[in-house]
Design a protein around this ligand. Structure first.
Ligand SMILES: Cc1cc2nc3c(=O)[nH]c(=O)nc-3n(C[C@H](O)[C@H](O)[C@H](O)COP(=O)(O)OP(=O)(O)OC[C@H]3O[C@@H](n4cnc5c(N)ncnc54)[C@H](O)[C@@H]3O)c2cc1C
Length: 503
C-alpha cells in the first residue's frame, strides 16, 4: 500500500459515502498521493443526491442540479474535472398557479398582468397595507414575506410551495431563512428591476440572490461529474467500493480504527485507516459507533430529522412540452411541487429528440402515504396531475419510473443546532481522526459547492496536519477563518427553521 508522509506519519484515509463530498475528498487526497478507500452503499452508481439516473437511455437528476458557486476554487475544480463537457445554460423557470404561468424570479409587471386587473389591484392594495402596517419584528416566514410583498402575493407565490416542500405551515417557519434566501427582494425592488432592466443590484449593491439567470451543467447530468471522479480514482488504483454499506465504526483508545461494511448478500469487510471521513447522515454515523457514543450524544443524533423526496420521471411522446428548465407548481390542487424538463438542462439527457423526459418532484416523509404508494400508482398520479395542469395528455405518456430518495433534506427544527453541536463537539474531542463533511454528513442544507468545500478542507487538514475547520465554510461555500462555530446563524441559514406556533 503506497502511503504518504504528513508530519512524518503514514496515512490511509477511509471515506464513507461516494457523493460530491466523499469523492471531492478522495480527489484531493489522491492528488496529494494520500491513499484512500471509498465505500458507498449504492451498488450501482456514485454521486449520492447529485447522481444521474439512467432509464432506457433517458437520464435524470434527483431534482435538477445547477452548478453555480460564488467559490471560484469550486468552479475551477468543476472545469478541471469535466473540461468542455461542462455546458453553460440559460435559466428559464416559471411558477404555475391556477392555470397561469408566472415568470420566476418574479417579474412584477408579468405577475400583475397575469393575475388580471382585479387581482392585481387587490395585490397592490394588500402590499400598500403591509407597508403601512408591517408586522413589527417578524418572526415567522409568513409575517416576513407579507411585510415585503403583501398578504395576497405571499399566499400566491410563497405559501403553497413552501408548505409543499417542508410539510409545515408557513406560520411555523422562521423568518430568517426568507430574509437570507430572498434578501433585498421586496415588491419595490422587483418593480424597479422590471422598469430599469439594467439594474439588478440590491439596495446594498449586491446581486439579488434569486435573480441568477445562467448556470453550468454537465452534458450528461450531474452524475457525469462524479462518475468521472470515480474513474480518476480507479485509474489511480483506488476504485470506489460500491454496494458496501457502513454497518459499524470501531474505535479504541480515542481513535477510530476501522469501518465495517456489509454487502447486500451479507458479506462483511473491515477497512482500516489512520483517518476517516464521513459524509453519511450524522444520525446513522453516531448509531454505528462501537462502543456506542454516550447516551446524550445518541439522543442528539437520533433527534435529527429529514425531509424525503420522490422523483417520478415520465417519458412523453412529444418534442416540445415546455421551454423551462423547471416549473414550480404553486397550485394547491395538485401534490407535485416542481417539474423538471431534463432535455432543457442538456439536450443529451434524452436518447431521442422527438421525445421528452419530465421529472415530477414530490416532497414527503419516508413511510407516509405518498412514500408507500406502489410505483404504478405514483406514475398514474403524476400522469393525471400533468393532464390536470394542462401540460400534456395521458395518452402522450409512454413510460414512467419512480425514484425514492430518503434524507433529501436535513430538517432544521428548533433543536437541530443544539443537537448538531452535541454530536460535533463529542466527535471532535473524543474521536479526532473521524472527520465530518458534506450535506447530511454535517446536517447542513447546502448545495454541492458547500459539500465540496467542506470535503476539500478536511482532506487538506488530514494531508497537511493543518488547522482547517469545515464548520467555518459559510452558505456561499466560502471559508471564513473568523466564523465562530456553533454560534447561531453565523454559517448562514438555507432552510426555514420551525418556530413555536402563535397562540
Ligand atoms: C432535490 C434536490 C435538488 C438539489 N439541487 C441542487 C442544485 O441545483 N445545485 C447544487 O449544487 N446542489 C443541489 N442539491 C444538493 C446536492 O445534491 C448536495 O449538496 C450534495 O449531493 C451533497 O453531497 P454529499 O456528498 O454531502 O452527500 P450525498 O450526495 O448525500 O452523498 C452521500 C453518499 O453517502 C452514501 N451513504 C449513505 N449512507 C451510507 C452508508 N451507511 N454506507 C455507505 N455509504 C452511505 C449515499 O448513498 C451517498 O452516495 C440538491 C439536492 C436535492 C435533494
Amino acid at each position: 500500500m503506497a502511503t504518504l508522509i504528513a508530519n512524518g506519519e503514514r496515512k490511509h484515509v477511509v471515506i464513507m459515502g461516494a457523493g460530491p463530498a466523499g469523492l471531492t475528498a478522495a480527489y484531493e487526497l489522491l492528488k496529494r498521493d494520500v491513499p484512500v478507500t471509498v465505500v458507498e452503499k449504492d451498488a450501482k452508481q456514485v454521486g449520492g443526491l447529485a447522481r444521474t439516473v439512467e432509464y432506457k437511455g433517458y437520464r435524470f437528476d434527483i431534482g435538477g442540479h445547477r452548478f453555480f458557486s460564488k467559490n471560484e476554487e469550486v468552479e475551477h475544480l468543476w472545469t478541471e474535472i469535466l473540461g468542455p463537457e461542462m455546458l453553460t445554460r440559460g435559466r428559464l423557470s416559471r411558477i404555475y398557479y391556477r392555470g397561469r404561468f408566472f415568470a420566476y424570479p418574479i417579474k412584477a409587471v408579468n405577475a400583475l398582468w397575469n393575475l388580471g386587473p382585479i387581482e392585481a389591484v387587490l395585490c397592490l392594495a394588500s402590499y400598500a397595507r403591509a407597508r403601512l402596517q408591517p408586522v413589527k419584528n417578524p418572526k415567522t416566514l409568513e409575517d416576513w414575506v407579507r411585510n415585503q410583498f403583501g398578504w395576497r402575493l405571499f399566499s400566491i407565490f410563497f405559501k403553497t410551495y413552501t408548505e409543499k416542500v417542508w410539510g409545515i405551515s408557513t406560520k411555523e417557519l422562521s423568518a430568517d431563512w426568507a430574509a437570507q434566501r430572498i434578501k433585498s427582494l421586496d415588491l419595490w425592488v422587483v418593480l424597479r428591476s422590471a422598469l430599469l432592466p439594467g439594474r439588478k443590484a440590491g439596495r446594498r449593491g449586491e446581486i439579488v440572490t434569486t435573480l441568477i439567470d445562467r448556470f453550468r451543467y454537465p452534458r450528461l447530468g450531474p452524475g457525469q461529474m462524479w462518475e468521472r471522479v470515480a474513474e480518476i480514482s480507479e485509474q489511480k488504483h483506488h476504485p470506489v467500493l460500491l454496494g458496501r454499506s457502513v454497518t459499524r465504526i470501531d474505535h479504541k483508545g480515542g481513535l477510530v480504527r476501522s469501518v465495517v461494511t456489509t454487502t447486500a448478500d451479507g458479506r462483511t469487510e473491515t477497512h482500516e485507516g489512520t483517518d476517516f471521513i464521513s459524509s453519511i447522515p450524522m444520525r446513522e454515523l453516531v448509531a454505528k459507533l462501537d462502543p456506542p457514543a454516550p447516551e446524550r450524544v445518541r439522543q442528539a443524533a437520533d433527534s435529527l430529522g429529514y425531509r424525503d423526496f420522490i422523483s417520478i420521471a415520465l417519458m412523453i411522446d412529444r418534442a416540445d412540452v415546455f421551454p423551462d428548465n423547471w416549473i414550480y407548481i404553486h397550485d394547491p390542487a395538485v401534490r407535485v411541487g416542481r417539474i423538471q424538463n431534463f432535455k432543457n438542462w442538456s439536450p443529451d439527457m434524452v436518447p431521442d429528440a422527438g421525445t421528452t423526459c419530465l421529472g415530477l418532484e414530490y416532497f414527503c416523509f419516508e413511510g407516509d402515504g405518498l412514500w408507500n404508494m406502489l410505483d404504478g400508482d405514483l406514475v398514474a398520479l403524476a400522469t393525471t396531475e400533468l393532464a390536470h395542469l394542462g401540460i400534456c395528455s395521458p395518452s402522450q405518456v409512454f413510460d414512467g419510473v419512480v425514484v425514492r430518495q430518503p434524507k433529501a433534506y436535513p430538517v432544521y427544527d428548533d433543536s437541530y443546532q443544539a443537537n448538531v453541536g452535541i454530536v460535533r463537539d463529542y466527535l471532535m474531542s473524543s474521536l479526532p481522526n473521524l472527520h465530518l463533511a458534506g450535506r447530511n454528513g454535517m446536517h447542513k442544507y447546502n448545495n454541492q459547492d458547500h459539500s465540496m468545500m467542506t470535503a476539500l478542507l478536511v482532506a487538506r487538514k488530514i494531508a497537511t496536519g493543518g488547522l482547517l475547520d469545515p464548520w467555518k465554510v459559510n452558505a456561499d461555500a466560502v471559508y471564513h477563518e473568523d466564523i465562530r462555530v456553533g454560534e447561531r446563524d453565523l454559517t448562514g441559514r438555507q432552510v426555514p427553521e420551525r418556530v413555536p406556533a402563535k397562540t
